[in-house]
Design a protein around this ligand. Structure first.
Ligand code: SAM
Length: 243
């Protein structure tokens, strides 16, 4: 088995999967409030922008990978309508349960499926749109995951990857200070877990930057890839069209 990153640490691949599971088991019940606190509410804007770019239409069949507490699945369900289908998935049972409960609270009965983004249990060419928000960073084999996302899309279908990315140089120092000093403290006070939020900050630094991810998506089978920088590159939305 090869080694891989877990934040700034190098661990074997099995250990990474277990530690990522540990992070999300630990934060699941406080995930939404932490998202609002840590991003100062900006994650709502990043997701609303993604939903706008997605332009889901009535009858569309949509897959949300690493869907967690269900923000994107919930937003896609309305426009997909009764003729469409939105499938909410995650590898982590605790996160998936939180998401399923929130979807039910919003009056939405969607399929919530436990599945690994690196090995999708869907037939080739099943979906009009695939989304993955803040999930790709946690996957061990990103090339494999992107190839799976391409496989399950119909030709001409679109993949939306919303993820932390490389921030513009003038903001880098302030952003590092916030990430390594403030985030773990908020994690400790609110979620009782500073380490998971240190992992968050570290995993962002070892994630591919905008251009690298764009190249990876092209290699995975996306003929055209657009990159939308949000909040000066703190986050980027990559939109790939399957050839
Ligand atoms: N998409 C949600 C959002 O934007 O709020 C949740 C994002 S949360 C930061 C990352 C999610 O990725 C977690 O729910 C975690 O369980 C999931 N995840 C990690 N590795 C995964 C994998 N290999 N396949 C599917 N989901 C995975």
């Amino acid at each position: 088995m090869s080694d891989t990153h877990f934040g700034f640490s190098t661990v074997d691949e099995q250990a990474k999967a277990e530690r990522v599971r540990g992070v999300f088991d630990s934060v699941a019940s406080k995930y939404d409030v932490m998202n609002d606190l840590m991003s100062l509410g900006l994650h709502r804007f990043w997701k609303a922008y993604t939903v706008g770019v997605a332009r889901v239409r009535p009858g569309d069949v949509v897959l949300d990978i690493a869907g967690g507490t269900g923000d994107l699945a919930r937003a896609f369900a309305g426009p997909a309508g009764a003729r469409g289908l939105v499938v909410h998935t995650d590898i982590n049972e605790a996160m998936l349960r939180q998401g399923r409960d929130r979807l039910l609270d919003a009056g939405l009965v969607l399929p919530s499926l436990l599945c690994d983004g690196e090995s999708l249990p869907f037939a080739t060419g099943s979906f009009d749109l695939v989304s993955v928000a803040f999930g790709l960073r946690n996957m061990t084999h990103k090339e494999k995951a992107l190839a799976e996302m391409a496989r399950v899309l119909k030709p001409g279908g679109r993949l939306l990857v919303l993820e932390f990315s490389k921030v513009a140089a003038p903001l880098a120092k302030a952003y590092d200070w916030y990430s390594f000093n403030v985030l773990p403290r908020i994690g400790r006070w609110v979620a009782g877990d500073g380490e998971s939020y240190r992992y968050l900050a570290e995993s962002i630094r070892v994630h591919p930057d905008q251009e690298t991810l764009k190249a990876m998506m092209k290699t995975a089978g996306f003929g055209h890839v657009d990159v939308h920088n949000l909040s000066a590159g703190v986050v980027a939305l990559h939109v790939g069209i399957k050839c």
